[in-house]
Structures are given as structure tokens and as C-alpha cells.
Design a protein around this ligand. Structure first.
Ligand SMILES: C[S@@+](CC[C@H](N)C(=O)[O-])C[C@H]1O[C@@H](n2cnc3c(N)ncnc32)[C@H](O)[C@@H]1O
Length: 206
């Protein structure tokens, strides 16, 4: 049940995009929800592994979806309007984005942690964040909406998010991040403590 809020939120972000590509689709749940709600007309479901892709095929059998076994974008040769890369680590999403096609597609990115790493990657690789959201079910999930383009971010923006920091729902999320840091800080090695101390100040707006 808890995962449903994140899945539903990601599905909602597909509204207005006809051809949606889901990279690392796993069971195809985001696409299934997007079809059920009538948000999308066509989907391309991809995964690195055969087994999850088969599960997506079962869940999407009543919908106009195509399936591609692919490492990120590598085997994706079809056009799309929106790509979703969600539920993975920030470094893996960054690696996948390295092979994103040139063009005016939109990307929905959701790293399970270290969103600051993903923002830094986007900043340095010609991507621009056009919206940010935080979803809370059991955990807090940060979702980025991204296009190709330029942006300017300072260090605070990498952690807080250039758009998220102006949204009221971020307050609870930052408080949670600060609380998590305060718990692990005393046991961290000295070098990490310096890093965590800096992050704590940013999340507490000190
Ligand atoms: C934790 S699941 C996330 C599923 C779904 N995207 C979500 O947000 O709930 C991660 C999926 O990504 C797939 N995956 C991992 N690395 C990948 C890659 N390089 N290219 C495509 N899929 C990948 C895995 O096989 C797995 O099915």
C-alpha cells in the first residue's frame, strides 16, 4: 500500500505526454496506473532483466505497450515524449542519463537517495530542472522533472532543490533529513562528520 502513493504520483506526472518510456519498469506499475487513469496513449516499458520485463508484460497486457530489454537507453531506438527513471540509486540514474537522446523530451527522475548527486550530475551535463516534488508514504521521495538546458545551482540548491526549497511541503522533508543526520552524526568518522555538519546546517537553514 505504501508504495502506491509514490507510484500514483509518478503516474500522475505522465499526464499530457502521449508516448511514455519507463526505464527500469520492473512490474510496470507506474505505466499500469497511467493507463488505468487514462493519462497516456502509448508506453514503452524497458528493463535490464528479462524477468521484470515479463512481469510488466503480464500487468500491461490490455494496453498498447511495447517492451524492450535494454540497459538504460542503449537499445531504445523508438521516439518518446517523456521518460521515467525511478526507484533506483542516484549514480545509476546519472549513468543512464548519460545516454539520453538529444532532443526536447522531458524526464521524470526519482532517486531513492542522494538526490543532491543527481542534481549535481544534471547541472554538469546540460540538463535543467523544471520542477521538483516531494512524496511521502513510508519514506520521503524527491521527484525531479527535467529537460535539456542550462541552470545555475549553488551548493545549498544541490541539497534543498532549487524549486523544492520554495514549496511548503519541503519543510517537513528538510526537518526529517536534519533529524536523520543528527542521529548518525555522532557515530560518523571525523571526515564524514564535517560533511554531515555542513548538510545539517543547510537542512536547518542555519
Ligand atoms: C527497484 S526497481 C524500480 C521499479 C520502478 N521503476 C519503480 O520506480 O517502482 C529497479 C528496476 O530497474 C531495473 N534496472 C536496473 N538497472 C537498469 C538499467 N541499467 N537499465 C534498465 N533497467 C535497469 C531493475 O532490473 C529493476 O527492475
Amino acid at each position: 500500500m505504501a508504495r502506491n502513493k509514490r507510484i500514483s504520483f509518478l503516474a500522475e506526472l505522465t499526464k499530457g505526454y502521449d508516448r511514455v518510456l519507463d526505464i527500469g519498469t520492473d512490474h510496470g506499475l507506474v505505466l499500469q496506473k497511467a493507463f488505468e487513469k487514462g493519462y497516456i496513449k502509448e508506453a514503452i516499458a524497458t528493463d535490464l532483466r528479462e524477468k521484470p520485463l515479463q512481469q510488466a508484460k503480464n500487468n500491461l497486457k490490455n494496453y498498447p505497450a511495447t517492451y524492450i530489454l535494454s540497459d538504460g537507453f542503449l537499445a531504445v531506438k523508438v521516439p518518446f515524449d517523456l521518460a521515467i527513471i525511478a526507484g533506483m540509486g542516484a549514480y545509476l540514474i546519472a549513468d543512464i542519463m548519460d545516454h539520453a537522446p538529444e532532443g526536447n523530451q522531458t524526464y521524470i527522475l526519482q532517486a531513492n537517495e542522494k538526490t543532491e548527486i543527481l542534481r549535481e550530475y544534471l547541472l554538469n551535463h546540460g540538463f535543467k530542472i523544471i520542477d521538483e516534488y516531494v512524496v511521502h508514504d513510508r519514506f520521503y521521495y524527491v521527484v525531479l522533472k527535467v529537460v535539456r538546458g542550462l541552470m545555475v545551482l549553488n551548493e545549498e540548491d544541490l541539497y534543498l532543490g532549487p524549486i523544492l526549497k520554495n514549496k511548503p511541503e519541503s519543510i517537513e522533508y528538510y526537518a526529517r533529513k536534519a533529524h536523520q543526520i543528527e542521529k548518525i552524526l555522532p557515530g560518523a568518522d571525523p571526515e564524514r562528520q564535517i560533511e554531515l555538519g555542513k548538510m545539517l546546517k543547510i537542512y536547518k537553514n542555519l
